[in-house]
Structures are given as structure tokens and as C-alpha cells.
Design a protein around this ligand. Sequence first.
Ligand code: UD1
Ligand code: CA
Length: 459
Amino acid sequence: MTTKAAGATTSRPRAAVILAAGQGQRMKSHTPKVLHRVGGRAMLDHAIDAAQAVGCARIVVVVGAHSQGVRVHVVERLGEGAIAVQDPPLGTGHAVLAAKAALKGFEGDVLVSYADTPLLTATAVEPLFALRAAGADVAVLGFDAAQPGAYGRLVLAADGVLTRIVEAKDADAGELAITACNSGVLAADAGLLFDLLAKVGNRNAKEEFYLTDIVGLATDAGRSVRVAFADEIDVAGVNSQSELAAVEASFQDRRRVALMADGVTMTAPHTVHFAWDTHIEGGAVIEPYVVFGPGVRVATGAVIRAFSHLEGAVVQSGAVIGPYARLRPGADIGEGAHIGNFVEVKKVKVGPGAKANHLSYLGDGSIGAGANIGAGTIFCNFDGFDKFETHVGEGAFIGSNCALVAPVSIGKGAYTGSGSVITRPVPADSLAVERGLQAEKPGWAAAFRERKRRAKGLA
Ligand code: UD1
Ligand code: CA
């Protein structure tokens, strides 16, 4: 009964419909559910990433009338054409049907997925297209559930053909005992998908138009429906804050495993936190309790020491960061440079071999190769209204506790005396000192103590 779908080859065009019209009330948050982040990236963007990774050129996100924030997010990334509104939400089948107009003229395979399933990868989805290419009219992504609970159950025939999906609320005892469950992800020919959806009714326990009903309708029409199985974790959905945290934990585990497979050394990987796009080359070392926000690149041979926090920063090979360092967006730390404890760097290019080892704020500007920034140096970059830059030349030496008041530049090889407040440019190879002259009063301290003791009768 398996009929080869016309034109089903691996090169068929692909589109995706991503469902995001649910209310997400169980999150108890003002932020729409699908904009909550996993690995620093909105769950919706993870879903779009997966669709793009399997080559879906057209992507439609089905949003509810209530979620203006979601709409804006989609329009910013994919444009107005990627929006389909489902109002009111009457079920998953009704939601996919809402995308029909946005996919007008599209011929090929449609992938349906959920915006609240951020761990779905291209690897998990690709087998659906393989099933399509092998002749299945509809391909459903299933998983073996540890606790089938409220999931839809996959009613499989002996030959592995899927005959029907029954929702838990509509299932009898025998069906509830099935552990093969529906992930919600499926792929089908666009024309067939919308034809089947047009026939879906809502005579069921929830009085909703179930997407899952297309399986029974396809079977009745003599079409073949096949299942590919994913790991449960790949299709984990988020409905509550604790599920979000659980998915985040799984995401972090995946990143750790992947980075270690690439040759990154971590002494306590479970304490290191990554963003979705953290890029670390093999041969880098990450000590315990390091947090990576989005946009960080670390080159081979670099060491990120314990308790450091990095976001939007580049660390070149052989550089040493921390312990207890903070790199903010625009920090670009050159080869072999050192950024030490309690040093904050923002939007500063630090040259090769330069050092800022202790207690500094370095914001807006540049530090030349081999320069030494003394303990307690502050780039005074902000006057309450505007930001200004500080440029420290190659090989310059900034004495401890200097305030460099921007805009200002320190020439190559120049020195600044400790404790100076530098407000004017310092020429190359010169010394700038700005502080009161030191005076000594011999014997003053001894005489002072003597006077005080006598006054208090301690003599
Ligand atoms: C659905 C499946 C079930 C599967 C489970 C996996 C159906 C009928 N059931 O059940 O077989 O095991 O997912 O998690 O498809 N949505 C809309 N508009 C709607 C309704 C839902 O956009 O009108 C979106 C939601 O935002 C969500 C997704 O579709 O992203 C799933 O909806 P949900 O109500 O959670 O489906 P389940 O009952 O969990
Ligand atoms: Ca659900």
C-alpha cells in the first residue's frame, strides 16, 4: 500500500511552519513563552535555526493575536511574509492551516514544528525528509516517552506503518499503555498536508482541530505514514519555568560535550555556562565557574581562569583571562595578553602581550602591544552624557592607580606616574606625573604620638 510520492527526491524544496500561537500561561511571565531564552537565545530562534539548518527556505511562524512581542521578533528576523496569525487558537491543526495563505504557491515538503521545543536539531529532523524521499507521504517524528502522560500516542501497525495518532484525552486504556509518542514534528507534501487539514474536524475531548488527525485521514486515503524516532531530549517542550530550566541544563550539557569533543579542556565542565554561539577552539582551557554570554570567541591556547564572565568578546591565542575577570562587548584581547583579577574590559582592543593584571576599568579605546596597565587604572570614559576614548601606545607603562580621563592618548613607550590623573596627551617615551609634591617632616610622627599620649595620661 506504500505509494511512492510524486517527485519525492532529496532535492525537493522545503518550507517550515512553526507553531507559536499558544498562550504559554503556565510560564507565569510577562515575556511571551517562546521569547524565553535557552543558551541566551530565544526558544523561537532555536526553532527557526533548526528549520534553516535543514534547508527550509520559506518559514512561516504562526502567532496568536495576543503576542505582539512574538510578531515583532519574527518580523525583525524573517520579515512580514513569515507571519501567519491564528485567532482564536482552535488547535494545532487549525494553527497549521492558518499558515496556508503565507505558503501560497509553495510546492515541496513542509516541516511542522513547535516554537517551544528549543533542543530540536537538524540531525533529529533530517530522517523525516529521508522518509519522504523513500516514499512516505507523511513522516512523523516520534519518541519513546519515559512517562507518556499527556502526549499523543502513536498507533503503529506491525510493519512500522503509523495508522493513527490518538491524543491522551481521547485514548482508551490499551492506547494509553503505548509508550511511542508524538513529538508534534512532522513533514508532508504541502498540497497533501493542506488537503488533509481541510478535512480535520473537532469532535474530540478538547473540541480542537488536531493536527494529529491528518495521520488517520492519510491512512484512510491509502497514503503511507511513517515514523522516525528521536531522543526524548531532542523534542522536549517547555511549558513552565522548571521545564525551561531543565531544557537549559540539557542544552548546557550538549555544549559541554561538543566543546570537549572539539578539544577544549575543562576541569569542571558542569560549572561552566555557555551561550548558543560560544565558539572555543580546541586547545583552549576553561577553568571552573566561567560564564559565557552571547558572542564570545576564544582561540586555541587561551586560558580562561576561574570565575570569569565574558560576553561579546574575542580572546586571541595564548591570552590569559582572570581569575575573576569581566570581558564585555567589544573586548578584543590580543595574543598572549593578560587580563587579571577584577579587571573589566569593554570595547577596548588590547594588543599582543599587553598586561592589565589587577583591579582596573578599561572602557572604550585601545592598548598597544606589550603595554603594562598598573593596578587600579581607570579609563574615565563617560561624562554623564557621552563616551570618549583612551588610547595607550605600544610598550607604554601606566603606573598604579592612574585615572586616564578620555579623550586622551598615551604615546608609545611613555610612563605615567602612579596616582596621576592624566587629562592631556602624553608624548611617546616621556613621563607624565600629576600629583602634589611629597614633603617629609623628620620626627613628626614620634612627636605626635608623644603629645597624644601625654594628653590622655598614658605617658
Ligand atoms: C501536541 C500533540 C500531541 C503531542 C504533543 C507534543 C496535537 C493535537 N497534539 O499536544 O500529540 O504529543 O503536542 O508536545 O497536535 N498551538 C498553536 N495553536 C493552537 C494550539 C497549539 O499555535 O491552537 C501551538 C502551541 O503554541 C504549541 C504547540 O502548538 O507550541 C502544541 O500545542 P499544545 O496545546 O501544547 O499541544 P499538546 O496538547 O501538548
Ligand atoms: Ca504541549
